[in-house]
Design a protein around this ligand. Structure first.
Ligand code: PEP
Ligand code: MG
Length: 579
């Protein structure tokens, strides 16, 4: 939630969540909320043909608009999102529904579109899953564009160049249209860090702040506003001092970004020649092009549950297609596929309400209870492995007991036997690893290590379970502290357990994407790190500029400190010493 931080003179500072880096500044422009309502209008039999023609022309016009946007965007991620939107306009069921409303129920084209789209939106809303919410805004926007086109009122919003846009929420199409008008920044009241709007803002380099409750002010009433997509700060009517401060920050940020990208292509090596491996955490296909541009050496964590939620039909064939796309993009480097980690805050359609979902039916627990789902996923992974021998690994989420490892192994053997009977080739020595994200298994690491081929530490959950702090609860977010010495102790214990059995350890939680923490992991001898692609160059910049002994020394100090704030302080000082 945003709050008024200070109000000196006429300058007002708000804070939201930093979502896409960079400084924006200029006049504020408030994007009107879409409030399309269409009244039911009856037509005669004779008019039905005309209305169907109007619908046809509007669909063609909107598709050509999308094609035009694609031709100018030249960005793979943007184009994939536009393609997804275009697909809605080809949805046979949706179009048939609109046709029936016009030709059989005799409603005008505008109302038929409005009603059919609303039904579609309602179904998505009822599904209750996160991605559906993100998708909904795209569909509302397509609905409104079709209606606007029919009304002959589809002209673009005319926004002054260099304005900062204030919106409740923005659809991907709107964001692309806004980017064509050279907007300087975007402030949204809503939004999630992984929403399409944010992904687009990042790839179009539009500074963006989300979760910013600006509505208690009237941004357009000020002559100027500033916003910082790296810190989440927004200043309405800034003073001259604040303007110069933001100017300075802008120059600094641009210099840092340009300098950092240079590190993407450098070898994964410290300045004394010690090797490490940085891989990417991937969730969506549209992230794959960044493997190359940002210098990832394969995929260290492929989260598969998001795709499961997006496609009701995520059967073996669809999974095979998805995994193959990832393998191909990884360009002969390894890909670690994590089995579905549904549950917690990532719910399947048929979930049953639980009092404590994070302590409930999640990850491996759910998979072992749903052998059909598990076997399908294992079959898809094993089939793909046949074409990429030695390049694919299986990772099991939410393991909390040693017995679960034995049970998952039995499931793998079961599926392997079935494939053998069918004469289907697969990689017979596909490595099996577990996420270390529950304290009970970190404490048993030494024994778990004897049963698996690798560990991957999920610091996001390890932090929440170690500290008993729900990672999504804003009321206790201050207590969610991954730097806690308790978390470091469990990480060290995991590493030492793995060393005894001689198996490798990786870190794939968000801690790995912070350069100073990545430095500590490397200092502890954890040489495999997996993170969001955007973080890779910045992490490499620090690791490549450090020596092994310097990092070892840093890790030893951090592991010897017993208080979080002192760990924080030491890491800050260390980062300052790195310039
Ligand atoms: C983690 O818990 O650190 C992790 C990588 O898994 P997720 O964030 O998907 O729960
Ligand atoms: Mg996790």
């Amino acid at each position: 939630m945003t709050h008024v931080k200070e109000q000196t003179g006429t300058s007002i500072t708000l804070t939201g969540i930093a979502a896409s880096g960079g400084i924006g500044g200029g006049r504020a422009w408030v994007l009107p909320t879409s409030s399309t309502t269409v009244k039911p209008e009856k037509i005669s039999h004779d008019d039905a043909k005309k209305e169907l023609a109007k619908l046809d022309a509007a669909v063609k016009h909107v598709i050509s608009e999308f094609d035009h946007l694609k031709s100018i965007s030249k960005d793979d991620e943007v184009n994939q999102i536009l393609d997804t939107q275009i697909q809605v306009l080809y949805d046979p069921q949706l179009l048939e529904d609109i046709h029936i409303k016009i030709s059989k129920q005799l409603f005008g084209a505008e109302y038929a579109i409005f009603e059919s789209f609303n039904k579609y939106i309602e179904l998505l809303d009822e599904s209750g899953v996160d991605w559906a919410k993100e998708r909904m805004i795209d569909i509302v926007s397509i609905r409104d564009q079709l209606i606007k086109t029919i009304k002959n009122n589809g002209e673009e919003l005319l926004i002054a160049e260099n304005s900062v846009i204030f919106a409740h929420d923005v659809s991907p199409t709107e964001i692309i249209q806004l980017s064509r008008q050279n907007i300087s920044g975007l402030v949204m009241q809503k939004g999630g860090l992984t929403s399409h709007a944010v992904i687009l803002a990042q790839s179009l380099n539009i500074p963006c702040v989300i979760s910013a409750d600006w509505t208690m002010h009237d941004p357009e009433g000020f002559t100027m506003v500033l916003m910082d997509g790296d810190s989440g700060e927004i200043i309405l009517n800034p003073s001259n001092d604040e303007k110069s401060l933001f100017d300075k920050r802008k120059t600094e940020q641009e210099e840092i970004r340009a300098e950092t990208m240079i590190w993407a292509a450098k070898p994964d090596q410290t300045n004394c020649g010690s090797s490490f491996t940085i891989q990417a955490n991937i969730e969506f296909l549209n992230e794959l092009p960044r493997l190359k541009t940002h210098g990832a050496k394969g995929v260290g964590l492929l989260r598969t549950e998001t795709i499961l939620f997006q496609s009701k039909n995520f059967d073996v064939d669809n999974q095979i297609e998805f995994y193959r796309s990832v393998m191909d993009a990884a360009d002969n480097k390894t890909v670690t596929i994590r089995l579905f980690d549904a549950g917690g805050d990532k719910l399947l359609d048929d979930y049953e309400a639980e009092a404590n979902p994070f302590l409930g039916w999640r990850g491996i627990r759910m998979l072992l209870d749903k052998p059909d789902l598990l076997d399908q996923q294992l079959e898809a992974i094993l089939r793909v492995s046949g074409d990429y021998p030695g390049k694919l690994k299986i990772l099991v989420p939410m393991v909390s007991r040693l017995e679960e490892i034995d049970e998952i192994k039995q499931a793998i053997h079961r599926v392997e036997r079935l494939l053998e009977i069918k004469n289907i080739t697969f990689d017979k020595s596909i490595p099996l690893g577990i996420m270390i994200e529950v304290p009970s298994i970190a404490l048993m690491a030494e024994h778990a290590a004897e049963k698996v081929d690798f560990f991957s530490i999920g610091t996001n959950d390890l932090t929440q379970y170690t500290l008993a702090v729900d990672r999504g609860n804003e009321h206790i977010s201050k207590l969610y502290e991954p730097l806690s010495p308790a978390v470091w102790k469990l990480i060290a214990m995991t590493k030492s357990g793995a060393d005894k059995a001689g198996i490798p350890v990786a870190v794939c939680g968000e801690m790995a994407s912070r350069p100073e923490l990545a430095a500590c992991f490397l200092g502890m001898g954890i040489t495999e790190l997996s993170m969001t692609t955007n973080s890779i160059p910045g992490v490499k910049a620090i690791l490549c500029n450090s020596s092994k002994s310097e990092l070892k020394n840093l890790a030893e100090i951090i592991l010897s400190i017993n208080e979080t704030h002192l760990i924080n302080l030491h890491l800050k000082e260390w980062m300052q010493s790195k310039g």
